[in-house]
Ligand binder design. Structure first.
Ligand code: GLN
Length: 446
């Protein structure tokens, strides 16, 4: 039924880059057999999902929506996929994204144009725009995305679905094609908070293949789905409500705060003064890491190779043709901030700002259980509106990047619609490994 629905909506939405219907139906048949035999099945068994195209599935394309990897077929599964497949999970295919997860509208995809299901003249957000658009249009019941600076939460808010960025190290990054390794996390995009907890259970866990994976057991996240926020302290960080925040988004946040008050939560205004430097620090650290991570695409080991007379020329031609404009811009900027003479002035300074931001969150979480902020300063917008103005596009990430810099979890939950009928999302942020309190508060709100 989902495949049939998908075939209808995809003509307008284009969330997918490739299909794996055959494998999906084979897994589904297996699940049917298990049910017939009375065998126990996992909660996600047979429920059709889809995967962002920067997460490796053996034998299926993983393009990162880039010409560089258009024909790349990974020879192994990401750890999250190993976990999911062992739970008889069905994947219908791979989802569109900004090239190498760099962007906030999915317009940087070199391979397809994905529309916002609420208004097909508008962007789905990004970089996990395919994941959010698929879940929102019903062409997948759940999806995996990746979030380096907001790429799960922001498209979830633009498409009216739930998106969760786990604590850095909660979910294995092994097999996630790297953008900025110290910021990247895989997480769920779902229709509601219950599904987010179910998908979190399926993908969480320590992984020896990821050296930054957090050791130890994980809780059962579905146990956090308790309809009660009495005595929960919710901080409202005033720096997230400043200049540039759309009036309708602001109103939706005020209403969410009122709802929480009525539900018995305590609301406390807090201050995180270093927030104003977060965006600058993010765009230095993320680009520095991207420039080194993307050095591997040299035409030798992976993906595209443009033939030339000698090695240097081959590599240059490959990278010039293989990478889109935004990726090239980021490699240039990232290389610049790491170069001798600028390293101390930019990169090292940004690392110090990052530490201050983390310290401020740590202090705030001594006072409150979680923080409430807009997911993005604006709702979705028309194609092309910000595409030729990278700075305007970067500014849209102002509310989401601090969580990545601090490594803390965040969840975006739909709060309502704007007057132009586009979804608005609210973001809850919690302390490291505090996913349970986030899920509980989000569940109660929903
Ligand atoms: N929009 C942000 C960027 O362009 C975040 C991307 C992401 O989280 N992958 O870097």
């Amino acid at each position: 039924a989902v495949i049939a629905h998908k075939e209808q909506v995809e003509t307008a939405v284009h969330a997918y880059l490739s299909d794996s219907h055959e494998q999906a139906l084979a897994v589904a048949a297996n699940v049917d057999e298990k049910i017939a035999k009375g065998e126990a099945i996992s909660p996600l068994a047979g429920v059709p999902g889809a995967i962002k195209d920067n997460i490796c599935i053996q034998g299926q394309p993983a393009t990162c929506a880039s010409k560089m990897l258009e024909n790349f077929i990974p020879p192994y599964n990401a750890s999250v996929m190993e976990q999911l497949f062992s739970q008889d999970v069905v994947s219908l295919g791979k989802l569109n994204m900004d090239e190498f997860a760099m962007g906030g509208s999915t317009e940087n995809s070199a391979l397809a144009k994905t529309a916002n299901p609420w208004n097909t003249d508008c962007v789905p957000g990004g970089s996990s725009g395919g994941s959010a658009a698929a879940v929102s249009s019903g062409s997948a019941i759940w999806a995996l995305g990746s979030d380096t600076g907001g790429s799960i939460r922001q498209p979830a808010s633009f498409c009216g679905v739930v998106g969760m960025k786990p604590t850095y190290g909660n979910v294995s990054r092994y097999g996630l094609i790297a953008f900025a390794s110290s910021l990247d996390q895989i997480g769920p995009v779902t229709r509601d908070v219950t599904d987010a907890a179910i998908v979190m259970n399926a993908i969480t866990g320590h992984d020896v293949k990821d050296s930054t994976s957090i050791p130890g057991d994980r809780p059962d996240y579905t146990k956090a789905l308790v309809n009660d926020v009495k005595n929960i302290k919710i901080g409202v960080p005033k720096e997230y409500y400043g200049e540039g925040l759309n009036a309708e988004v602001r109103k939706a946040m005020d209403e969410a705060i009122e709802t929480y008050k009525k539900l018995g939560a305590e609301i406390i205004e807090v201050s995180l003064p270093t927030t104003k430097y977060a965006l600058s620090a993010y765009y230095i650290i993320a680009l520095a890491e991207a420039s080194t991570n993307l050095a591997r695409y040299d035409g030798v080991s992976y993906g595209l190779r443009v033939p030339a007379d000698n090695l240097v020329e081959m590599s240059t031609k490959t990278r010039t043709e293989g990478f889109g404009q935004e990726v090239q811009r980021r490699i240039l900027l990232g290389t610049y901030v790491l170069s001798s003479g600028y390293y101390d002035a930019y990169y090292l300074k940004a690392l110090k700002v990052r530490r201050l931001i983390k310290n401020e969150f740590d202090e705030a979480f001594k006072q409150v259980d979680l923080l409430l902020a807009p997911t993005a300063p604006n709702t979705s917008y028309k194609f092309g509106e910000k595409l030729n103005d990278p700075l305007a596009m970067y500014l849209e990430d102002v509310c989401t990047v601090p969580a990545n810099l601090a490594g803390i979890p965040g969840i975006s939950v739909p709060t309502g619609m704007s007057s132009s009928n586009l979804p608005i999302g609210m973001q809850l942020l919690g302390p490291a490994m505090g996913e349970e309190v986030l899920l509980r508060a989000a569940y109660t709100f929903e």
